[in-house]
Design a binder for this molecule. Structure first.
Ligand code: ASP
Length: 315
């Protein structure tokens, strides 16, 4: 990995989609995330002591919300936590635009999660402070993709030739949408898209990825687990189903067990954006290849520290 000495091109910018990152940007963000790891491990700084973040979360979140709040505090800043919206004027019917206009008066950066695809873009269109997309429905989750890619490059510095299996609800999972688009920017990976047919990757993402690299679509994880360097499994996205009976049929479609892990490569990694709701048996957690409760989650803090300091112009 190159140590990027590029200048910060994110000052005052929104982070809405992985489409906006160049390969050089990624190297730069990852090198800043490594610096942030040092900062976070030592304690805190006052780099952003002038700044306040609004965390505007219209959908549930543990890690994204928690790591953004932690990132802001590690950097000495303050935050306004808005989760669930029961106690804000959203419950009185306030529009997204008016809510955003309100919180840009009180804060320097807005992190938003919302059930509608395109909502972060809508927020950014009215905000004069940077807006960071923390998940727009089944659309994108760019900061998750950055932390996922960071986890992958820290394990496998050479991306070319890497075999990556994305597994589960590829139709509705925003993390896999963003991650697949991001990884093809980084090198010649090979993808296995593993899903039941009705939850397969949206055509536009397949088209985008297919132009650049090789993709195989399969239904059975058993067919590819022995070949993959990275297995990235996801939850069936219950909240995106209009018909709960089909969710019930699909929810246990993939379960990674200790026995299945015996078929996987010795130096592969098993990832999950979390929360898991049965996709990985608890017994697998002890396997040294399981990184979802360790590096992957911690990397979210370092990446988000780097992004906040970048958009606020302090690195
Ligand atoms: N936490 C991730 C997201 O917000 C994954 C998930 O919810 O399944 O997209």
């Amino acid at each position: 990995m190159k140590t990027a000495n590029t200048k910060n091109r994110f000052v005052g910018k929104d982070i809405l989609s992985v489409d906006q990152f160049s390969r050089e940007d990624l190297d730069w963000i990852f090198s800043k995330a490594r610096e942030m790891r040092e900062v976070a491990q030592k304690g805190r700084t006052n780099l952003l002591s002038h700044a306040i973040l609004t965390a505007l979360f219209y959908e549930p979140s543990s890690r994204t919300f928690g790591s953004f709040v932690s990132a802001m505090q590690k950097l000495g800043g303050g935050f306004i936590p808005l989760q669930g919206m029961t106690y804000s004027s959203v419950a009185k019917g306030e529009t997204l635009e008016d809510t955003v206009r309100t919180f840009e008066c009180y804060s320097d950066v807005i992190v938003i999660r919302h059930p509608e695809v395109g909502s972060a873009k809508r927020a950014a269109a009215v905000a004069s402070v940077p807006v960071i997309n923390a998940g727009d429905g089944a659309g994108e989750h760019p900061t998750q993709a950055l932390l996922d890619a960071f986890t992958i490059v820290n394990t496998f510095p050479k991306i070319d030739g890497l075999k990556v299996a994305l597994v589960g609800d590829l139709l509705n999972g925003r993390t896999v949408h963003s991650l697949s688009k991001l990884l093809v920017k980084m090198g010649k990976v090979e993808f296995f898209f593993v899903s039941p047919k009705i939850l397969s990757m949206p055509q536009e993402i397949k088209d985008h990825v297919n132009k650049r690299i090789q993709v195989s679509e399969v239904e059975k994880l058993e067919e590819v687990i022995g070949k993959a360097d990275v297995v990235y499994i996801t939850r069936i996205q219950k909240e995106r189903f209009s018909d709960l009976t089909s969710y019930e049929k699909l929810k246990n479609y993939y379960v990674v067990t200790k026995t299945l892990m015996q078929k996987a490569k010795k130096n592969m990694i098993l990832m999950h954006p979390l929360p898991r709701v049965g996709e990985i048996e608890a017994e697998v957690d002890k396997d040294k290849r399981a990184v979802y409760l360790k590096e992957q989650m911690r990397n979210g803090l370092y990446i988000r520290m780097a992004l906040l300091a970048a958009v606020l112009g302090k690195i």
